[in-house]
Unconditional design. Structure first.
Length: 226
């Protein structure tokens, strides 16, 4: 009887190893965001931290996320300007404006001039050098972040710091904490009364010259018990 030899090599079993997904650092204030849950559904690891600057850190990219409503509000109260200045600490940075299919970006209501919005968008691009991405909704935002996470290689530093305010800005920041008081009104109060103590001790009629009906709310909060 002849011995038959198997001249064909045996098939090697190919074992597929799953490459772990990139970790995305998210500011803890975004914990309830549907964007975060969508990223988890994509298989990403997410870690919530207190980020001094930006809402998402994806490798070496810092992302500030605003819904259309948030964008308009933070444009009006100037908060976004501080955030744009702070995010300059990152070489790669993005502003995501989310929900353009759900809300009007150029509202003519609430005293917002559409051209003021357009001008501010141009300022973000030209003055602050921050690219803008417009997304349809939270799912679209998460898909953009997914693409960034899959393409980028470096890891960004988490040591970015909040912009330190000078003395005038600190005073204005405190006064702007009262309901209905924006940057312009805060400056008027400080120019007239010079110190926060003088503003608090001012009588209702003096405050009414600047605050109008809001002076009653202002005085009520000052006298409120904790």
């Amino acid at each position: 009887m002849k011995t038959l030899y198997n001249i064909f090599p045996e098939k090697k079993q190919i074992i597929k190893t799953q490459i772990p997904k990139e970790k995305i650092i998210i500011d803890y204030r975004e914990r309830n965001s549907l964007v975060a849950s969508e990223l988890v559904s994509f298989g990403f690891q997410v870690e919530f931290k207190e980020l001094k600057v930006a809402d998402y850190i994806v490798k070496d990219v810092a992302i500030e996320r605003k819904t259309v409503f948030d964008f308009i509000t933070s444009m009006k109260n100037k908060r976004l300007i501080n955030q744009l200045e702070e995010i300059q600490q990152y070489k790669n940075r993005l502003l995501v404006i989310e929900g353009v299919n759900e809300q009007e970006l150029y509202p003519e209501k609430n005293g917002v001039n559409p051209n003021a919005v357009r001008g501010f968008l141009l300022s973000i691009l030209l003055k602050y050098n921050v690219p803008i991405i417009f997304t349809q909704d939270y799912k679209d935002t998460a898909k953009f972040i997914k693409v960034i996470a899959n393409k980028r290689e470096k890891q960004a530093s988490l040591n970015a710091k909040k912009k330190s305010l000078n003395k005038k800005e600190q005073l204005q920041f405190i006064i702007e904490g009262f309901p209905g008081i924006g940057p312009i009104t805060a400056k008027k109060l400080l120019k007239k009364f010079k110190t926060i103590k003088n503003i608090i001790n001012a009588d209702g009629e003096e405050l009414k010259e600047i605050l109008g009906k809001k002076s009653e709310i202002f005085k009520r909060i000052i006298d409120e018990n904790y």
